[in-house]
Design a protein around this ligand. Structure first.
Ligand code: KG4
Ligand code: ZN
Length: 335
């Protein structure tokens, strides 16, 4: 069964064709990073217009790469929640139109569940229940995953998302957008013990997160430095590398601690990760180390499947299709 997936929830216009929920036949991701870069974050109106301009071309390219004609597609999958409302609407409208014209089923996908499914695209040995950590630019959330399509939220961020904190700290340091990959690279040359930034664990056994205090601590530390740091640091500065490494370690400490706390609380047999921040090399290393200690396997998608893409959408749609979870043309976009 060939499913065409569409993803436009944030700042990537993406279309992919996946066979039987597993084989990625083609995957096109058009990033809007250069459009949002000068603003240090995603501007919803710009995102929405860019999706509109790109969507038909991206779908055409996915078909072309797959050497598949539109009439061979068996179902259309689309992310309808959560995301920027204007951005979601572009994908949902395109998907509804295709479903109607081709007379094939329409399958609605939750963006966060799709991030978790990115693991199922690449691994066959995942056992449940699992704890799933989704960490992206818009979300930081822990789920109890009972299967590929069943995810119960356990805790989430009460303010900034982890990726948002990476992006804002990068902006503070004048290092560009998106901040995650830059800080990840820079931190490799820095000392993670250089600055004792705060870790917000919240109340005992809480599975919620908070990153806004950490972001403010970085801002105050940076502004409070002597004058040589008050202009933008550059990626080659040791001070910048030390701040990046210390900030990253504070984020990673909290993510690892709470993920394994959830794993113990729910007797998880696996830990799944997803979302752009799951590409972070330090987070992956620390989860791997802890996984050995706790003997609970940790899975992460390859870097290209961590960030937003439609392959994870089309993949999960196949499982939902098998469960008879089909949507009507009255499907709504829900921010
Ligand atoms: O999942 P994603 O592509 O979009 C959302 O659903 O939000 O995640 C984008 C986020 C951005 O905040 C970006 O800075 C962050 O993921 N990110 C990273 C890394 N790569 C991307 N954060 C930390 N380390 C990375 N290597
Ligand atoms: Zn995402």
């Amino acid at each position: 069964m060939l499913i065409l997936g569409i993803e436009t929830s944030c700042d990537e216009t993406s279309a992919a064709i996946v066979k039987d929920g597993k084989e990625v036949v083609s995957s096109i991701v058009l990033s809007q990073n250069t459009l949002h870069g000068e603003f240090g974050g995603v501007v919803p109106e710009i995102a929405c217009r860019a999706h509109l301009e790109a969507i038909t071309g991206v779908i055409d390219k996915a078909l072309l790469d797959a050497k598949i004609q539109l009439k061979e597609i068996d179902a259309i999958a689309v992310v309808n929640t959560p995301g920027l409302i204007g951005a979601l609407l572009i994908g949902v409208t395109a998907a509804k139109s295709l479903s109607m014209i081709l007379d094939v089923p329409l399958i609605a996908i939750d963006h966060l569940h799709a991030h978790i499914y990115a693991n199922n695209l690449e691994y066959n040995d995942i056992v449940y229940p699992a704890i799933s950590l989704v960490v992206s630019g818009g979300h930081t959330i822990l789920f109890l995953s009972e299967g590929e399509t069943r995810h119960i939220p356990l805790g989430w961020t009460i303010d900034d998302a982890a990726g948002e904190a990476f992006d804002k700290v990068s902006k503070i340091l004048g290092l560009g957008y998106p901040g995650g990959p830059v800080i990840d690279r820079l931190a490799k040359c820095g000392n993670q013990h250089a600055v004792a930034f705060p870790r917000a664990y919240l109340e005992k056994d809480s599975l919620d997160f908070s990153f806004s205090g950490l972001k403010t601590a970085v801002l105050y530390y940076y502004k409070g430095q002597d004058s040589k740091l008050s202009k933008s640091v550059t990626a080659g500065d040791q001070d910048a590398a030390d701040i990046a490494a210390s900030f990253q370690e504070a984020v990673v400490d909290v993510l690892v601690e709470k993920t394994f706390l959830a794993s113990r609380m729910y007797n998880a047999r696996a830990i799944l990760t997803g979302g752009g921040v799951a590409a972070n090399s330090r987070l992956r290393q620390r989860l791997k180390d802890k996984s050995k200690e706790m003997t609970t396997p940790v899975y992460y998608p390859s870097a290209l499947l961590c960030t937003d893409n439609a392959a994870m959408v089309a993949g999960l749609a196949y499982k939902k299709y098998l469960e008879g979870d089909i949507s009507g043309l009255d499907l709504e976009a829900i921010p």
